[in-house]
Design a protein around this ligand. Structure first.
Ligand code: CAA
Length: 258
């Protein structure tokens, strides 16, 4: 496994854990941290002992945004040449389900990172926002796009233009997160749910995730074709044979991910 300075990585019971680990600066995301995060996700995606990935932050924030100190002196051409945000794009290619466990602040780039997760569980005291507007900039790692696709134009406009922080309850009501959890139970409950997913046939989980993502970008017709091919593909798996045989024989299935 790669060496990490800005994140902590571990695995157990079929789960891969990535923890943002710059608590003194509320896990502000600097460039090497992005590289570490992306590499860790890709390693877990290739690791056959890991079925589900959990992303969280150490300390009192999930992440308070991109590292303002690092980018404050940047020029536009520096940023164009650096092309740093293409690294974030690779998160969209992770095939295994990602659950974000958010406590404290998820702001700016931290909120954008949370929006790269497939499911979001948040502590009741978590807060979400895009404060970039208050810095004279705007989200640059997918915030205006992912949030709008997720909750629609009107609500996204309110969030993005105001720069206000919203509560976990508001995020739940608007469909940004899946559930709120008492802060002291956040990791336990997230892990419990992740283990449930980890016990399911991995190929089904993989292709369901992929198909849902296509629904966001494809027309209904194209999406339906995509779904159908994935449905057919699963009939080439040993797990489909086992799952249906076990149902008929009235026993528990033993899935192998093949
Ligand atoms: N970048 C760099 N450092 C940060 C940071 C960030 N995004 N957020 C917090 N920190 C640092 C603070 O500078 C402070 O460091 P020192 O102790 O060395 O002074 C430390 O973290 C603790 O923060 P505060 O003392 O400010 O803590 P607080 O509880 O008073 O306030 C907060 C918390 C409201 C989250 C506040 O820290 C804050 O407003 N942070 C910035 C939020 C922000 O604007 N994020 C957007 C960044 S731009 C972006 O993300 C662009 C993009 O789309 C990719």
């Amino acid at each position: 496994m790669s060496k990490h300075e800005y994140i902590a990585v571990s695995e157990r019971d079929g789960l891969g854990f990535i923890e943002l680990n710059r608590p003194k600066v509320l896990n502000a995301i600097n460039r090497p941290m992005v590289s570490e995060i992306v590499a860790a996700f890709e390693e877990f995606d290739r690791n056959e002992n890991v079925n589900v990935i959990i992303l969280s932050g150490k300390g009192r924030a999930f992440a308070a945004g991109a590292d303002i100190d690092e980018m404050s002196a940047d020029g536009a051409i520096d940023l164009e040449l650096l092309n740093q945000f293409t690294e974030w794009d690779r998160l969209a290619w992770i095939k295994k389900p990602i659950i974000g466990a958010v406590q404290g602040f998820a702001l700016g780039g931290g909120f954008e990172l949370a929006l790269c997760c497939d499911l979001l569980f948040a502590a009741e005291d978590a807060s979400f926002g895009f404060p970039e507007v208050n810095l004279g900039v705007m989200p640059g790692a997918g915030g205006t796009q992912r949030l709008t696709k997720l909750i629609g134009k009107s609500r996204a406009m309110e969030w993005l233009l105001s720069g206000d922080r919203f509560t976990a309850q508001q995020a739940l009501e608007w469909g940004v997160i899946n559930r709120t959890i008492a802060p002291e139970l956040l990791m336990e409950e997230t892990e419990k749910f992740a283990k449930k997913l980890a016990s399911k046939p991995p190929l089904s989980i993989r292709l369901i995730k992929e198909s849902v993502h296509k629904a966001v970008d494809y027309s209904l017709y194209e999406g339906m074709q995509y779904e159908r091919k994935n449905f057919y593909l699963l009939f080439a798996s040993e797990d489909q044979k086992e799952g249906m045989k076990a149902f008929i024989e009235k026993r528990r299935p033993h899935f192998k991910g093949k």
